[in-house]
Design a protein around this ligand. Sequence first.
Ligand SMILES: Cc1ncc(COP(=O)(O)O)c(C=O)c1O
Length: 398
Amino acid sequence: MTVPTSDLQVLQSELEMSVYSRAPLTFVSGSGSTLVDVEGVEYLDFLAGIAVASVGHCHPKVVAAICEQAGKLGHISNLYTHPQQVALAEKLSELTGGWKVFFGNSGAEANECALKLARRFSAERHGQPRSKIVALLGGFHGRTFATLAATGQPHKHERFEPLPEWFTHVAPDDVEGMRAAVDESTAAVMLEIVQGEGGVLPISEEMLLAARQACDEHGALLIIDEVQTGVGRTGKWFAFQQTSITPDIITLAKALGGGMPIGACLASPDAATGFAPGDHASTFGGGPVPCAAALATLDVIESENLLDNATARGEQLAKGLTAIVDPRIANVRGMGLLQGMVLTVPIADAVVERARAQQVILGTAGPNVVRYAPPLIVTEQEVDRVIEVTRTALVEVG
Ligand SMILES: Cc1ncc(COP(=O)(O)O)c(C=O)c1O
């Protein structure tokens, strides 16, 4: 006998801290782009967790890698070496052209690492540590104190003030503001290529170039937070590869582990010189099981040509959503398989709810934006279905 979702949710709210607003669904299994709930109903997952299950749920190669590694060596501390971590570091080095990596467990941890590295790099390079970090309004970098302070969404700060004070935020279209904000006290600029949580907003080339130039001029590092955009989501391994800039540091998490928790901070060999032994560490970071899962995930992305699929299906999705005739659609924006349908009215939650009633999982990115971040394995038919479901959902919301 299965426990109804409503009972489970009551129990959950009694047992757990109250931080999430959950939809009334309990999932018990998944395969590819499909999730199955406790009653056996199948859902098309067009959010992939939240941009995590890029090779789909329970990909056989990822499952096999996890099981094999769990049966061989589940944990070993970072005081010793294990082959999976070295193999993953080697693969990431190959993908970044020789960058060095630190492994953590999440996106926020990868960003904490980047911020600490920038602080130490500035101390080594300029003789004294710089503390200022310039970030963008609307950006999202995590929920720890430093990454929350980096997050350019004041409503998320309110209940946690005082926050670390070294962060300055610039509007995403304020190119002159970026140039003016970076100075001799700046350790780094931190931004996303597409603001995921902040409304699926692609940052302009002009802004990216201004950030790069300002960093070069003042000896600061450019950190690109690729936690949501990285590992193939935008159609390249990293979204910055679709722009004209090269950062000094990138951070990854979400898609990297194929569902296993792993985060990575990658730095150019020069930027990586900021750290010395003892400067940073993580008990679980880069463990054998998440590393084995990540290696299998990267292998699947390569062997199944998922970068090309992300590009093709992303174009199809953007085109199909743009073709929906509805005066409430302001525009459709994004890169690859990270797309946002921007609405003129705050009905994103209602659209997501109506899509759910048609067994399709979508997300939001603020009250006006419906977010699409499906597994990179999605098919042409699945994309067509989601466009149709969106059209119907909009009509039903009325
Ligand atoms: C761009 C970006 N950075 C950082 C994070 C934080 O990642 P995590 O929740 O794994 O700490 C997120 C999560 O949504 C994100 O989208």
